[in-house]
Write a protein that binds this ligand. Structure first.
Ligand SMILES: Cc1cc2nc3c(=O)[nH]c(=O)nc-3n(C[C@H](O)[C@H](O)[C@H](O)COP(=O)(O)OP(=O)(O)OC[C@H]3O[C@@H](n4cnc5c(N)ncnc54)[C@H](O)[C@@H]3O)c2cc1C
Length: 307
């Protein structure tokens, strides 16, 4: 650990940092080491330093798709806050991977660039969005289809597992539903270039209002009910939430972890939920649904650290 520390800017390196505040679930024990990476080069350097010194590492975005164990994370958590970005005349948006989509969207819309506005209200960094090919089922009848971030993806700069840097185009990224190349290889996304299109600003605002109001009515509000979004993977044509509801588990609670009254595929933290509570609730839902319907639900979120 000391050798690793000597390779990083120690003013941004902390020990024993509670991770719960860095996740949307507000759950999780401490990281041995926690480093704020403030630029793409800094992110690359932190990953290379961890690899060179044999220290396990985890790259943390907004922590919106993970459950961190109660005993925390051994090794180094690299908190990606690298967020420089620039829009160019031809609609290209280059951005470091720690940029938060919710901050890029209003800038893109104000400049009349369309493509990002569909994802309004989803907590994510650009890196996290690429990791799982962020998607959203548009509620408006004229756009009723699932939109994926890959549709506006032009390229990304990756730090590959062999330590080299490369530019990956869309075909290299192996995008699919909830997946990308990053699920199979531990590459790091340093920066991303999106291709946006000219759009009508008023029309983009309308889309954002529709999407936000749909979300507000169907999902528990993160400010009051911390969660990690959908807990289980989609089951085509059936719906994981519907199966949980049919098993009579809406509102069911273990400790402070509860299956939301509003959306049964979302578990919420009522205040002091532990990772243990959530894991037990997940297992309970899996068993109950399997018994009732024969489907075995598979978690969609990542389980990080020691439980
Ligand atoms: C209220 C709520 C609503 C949601 N709604 C949606 C929705 O509509 N659609 C949807 O698709 N998702 C949704 N999600 C899930 C979540 O927003 C996405 O999965 C998001 O992309 C996670 O991004 P993050 O920055 O928080 O990643 P994190 O949760 O911090 O990390 C997720 C994974 O990505 C990896 N990762 C992050 N950055 C990098 C990088 N730079 N290089 C390599 N790997 C990286 C991490 O190591 C980790 O394995 C929702 C979540 C919540 C809490």
């Amino acid at each position: 650990m000391d050798e690793l520390a000597s390779r990083l800017d120690t003013t941004r390196l902390r020990r024993d940092v509670a991770l719960a505040p860095y996740t949307t679930f507000r759950i999780g024990g401490p990281a041995d080491l926690f480093y704020d990476a403030t630029a793409a080069d800094d992110l690359a350097n932190a990953v290379l330093a961890a690899r060179a010194t044999g220290v396990p590492y985890f790259i943390l975005g907004l922590g919106a798709n993970i459950l961190i164990g109660d005993r925390g994370v051994r090794g180094l958590v690299i908190h990606n806050v690298a967020d420089r970005h620039r829009f160019s005349e031809d609609g290209l948006l280059w951005t470091e991977s720690g940029a938060v989509l919710g901050r890029l969207i209003p800038q893109a819309v104000a400049l009349g660039w369309s493509g990002l506005e569909h994802y309004v209200g989803i907590p994510t960094t650009v890196g996290g969005a690429i990791w799982q090919n962020l998607h959203f089922l548009s509620p408006a009848p004229e756009r009723e289809r699932t939109m994926f971030i890959e549709e506006i993806f032009a390229s990304a700069e990756l730090l590959t597992t062999d330590g080299s840097r490369c530019i990956a185009d869309r075909s290299m990224m192996q995008f699919g539903y909830d997946t990308s190349l990053l699920h199979h290889h531990r590459h790091t996304v340093l920066s991303v270039t999106f291709q946006l299109a000219r759009g009508d600003i008023a029309a983009m605002h309308k889309i954002m209002q529709e999407n936000l109001s749909w979300r507000g009515g169907k999902h528990p509000w993160l400010e009051y009910h911390p969660s990690a979004g959908s807990i289980f993977q989609k089951i085509e044509g059936v719906g994981a939430g519907r199966l949980i509801e049919q098993a009579g588990l809406k509102g069911f609670r273990i400790g402070d972890a509860q299956i939301s009254h509003i959306h049964a595929n979302i578990m919420v933290n009522l205040g002091h939920a532990t990772a243990y509570d959530v894991r037990t609730l997940i297992a309970t839902a899996q068993d109950a649904v399997e018994k009732q319907s024969g489907y075995r639900l598979q978690p969609e979120i990542g389980f990080i650290g020691e439980f």
